[in-house]
Design a protein around this ligand. Sequence first.
Ligand code: C2E
Ligand code: CA
Ligand code: CA
Ligand code: CA
Length: 275
Amino acid sequence: AKQEGRGRLRFYEARMGVQVRERRQIEHDLRHAVERGELRVVYQPQTRIDSGEAVGFEALLRWHHPERGTVPPNLFIPIAEETGSILAIGEWVLRETCREAASWDKPLRIAVNVSAVQLHAPGFAELVHEILFATGLSPARLELEITETALIRDLPRALTTLRRIKALGVRIAMDDFGTGYSSLSNLRAFPFDKIKIDASFTRSVDSSEQAATIVRTVLGLGRGLGLPVLAEGVETSAELAFLGAEACQEAQGYLIGRPGPIGGFQHLTAEPDAA
Ligand code: C2E
Ligand code: CA
Ligand code: CA
Ligand code: CA
């Protein structure tokens, strides 16, 4: 049994070796991903539930690695955060999306995910200011999506930065609401303009009374605080019907539109008569 244990350990170590090497390779490749032009942004529409009209898009990052193919953000963003590459990558995403949105006929919003590392980096508010100035995008059209977990690293610092950003006229959304900690006190203290309900709750509103209760509670909270609520991950018309009946304002998900190149959404960003 002892020998078997050692064998298993060696096997485990060998596998770990591969994982460590692979991780180092990804870390290394990530450092060059921006300059090599391997990053792309895809856009997912966000709509008003009552009228069905598009109000904006969320920008979602894609990494097209020359050998690995498309690496999903859930895999490479945590690595980029640990190594600090997220600073260059996040700046690229912000600049790229603001430039893109500034070219649309319709003044739709662009929502951009901001990592904890970016939020806590010195000069982040100034960077947002500089990018808005350089791209000419109206600040009111930019929305930064921040998770609760991004705030708690250093609450006072996060608050100072978000107030500076808010003073520019930029909107701030609380992302993945309900999946982190201390959400209620953070909602009260921080200058949020919107709450995004995480897809894990939306997915189950039509099948689980518990999930339905959580979503109703978040919607009540939004009403009480005067904050509109967007439900993410809407995949079925039953989910959308539930959200509409509960007066949820906005929705995003595969039912409405999958993330894709902005060219596929020209009918949403262009004036009908401008073509
Ligand atoms: P998120 O901010 O919660 O983004 C929503 C995720 O749900 C996206 O995954 C989107 O493609 C996916 N999604 C949208 N509608 C549906 C649906 O109806 N059903 C299901 N099952 N999924 C749906 P994606 O693009 O793989 O991104 C994963 C996460 O990576 C994001 O979660 C966000 O945390 C992070 N991320 C993506 N782009 C960026 C970025 O530019 N910067 C940073 N810091 N993080 C990013
Ligand atoms: Ca998001
Ligand atoms: Ca989410
Ligand atoms: Ca469902």
